[in-house]
Write a protein that binds this ligand. Structure first.
Ligand code: FE
Ligand code: FE
Length: 173
């Protein structure tokens, strides 16, 4: 498909995020399992449920456009998920690994926020009000997840990671 109209660009970006969200439904359970902090586990589990709802919203949008719900390989999300996986495979102190999971998850959320922000703006320009509302709902969920992850980091996980590192140094002495 050529990018000769905003309609086409909209559809291309829609396929990209659809594939990205599908990847996340497989990555989030692994992230929840890898997390040590029960609050962080909960955040990932909650966002998995939201992600399933976001996929349904995207399917509604495809339907509204009269298009089949079909994704197109999202290499951006593949890379982000792959980087997260690499960190999960590392040996380490659980609080530091939790801090790493938060960082990975926030990179993912920011990718999604950018994608949905563009899609929402295009939908407004294309006069698709109902589609725009669906995209706005998802955008708000992604932003709330990002904030929640920041709060989790600031409310102790990152400090625990600092303490874990300090403990290691003492042991080495
Ligand atoms: Fe999402
Ligand atoms: Fe998300």
């Amino acid at each position: 498909m050529s990018l000769d109209s905003l309609d086409n660009l909209f559809l291309e970006e829609l396929k990209d995020i659809y594939h990205a969200e599908k990847q996340l439904t497989r990555a989030l359970p692994r992230m929840a399992k890898a997390a040590e902090s029960p609050d962080l586990q909960q955040a990932f589990t909650t966002h998995l449920k939201e992600t399933e709802g976001q996929i349904q919203r995207l399917e509604k949008i495809f339907k509204a456009l009269g298009q089949p719900a079909r994704g197109k390989r999202c290499k951006g999300m593949e890379g982000l998920v792959e980087e997260g996986k690499e960190k999960m495979e590392e040996e380490g102190e659980p609080p530091v690994l939790d801090a790493a999971l938060i960082a990975s998850a926030q990179k993912i959320e920011h990718y999604e926020i950018a994608a949905y922000g563009c899609l929402r703006t295009y939908s407004e320009l294309l006069g698709m009000d109902e589609v725009g509302q669906l995209l706005q709902q998802t955008l708000e969920e992604e932003e709330a997840t990002d904030k929640k992850l920041t709060q989790l980091g600031e409310s102790g996980i990152n400090e625990a990671a600092v303490a874990a590192g300090a403990g290691m140094e003492e042991e080495e002495e």
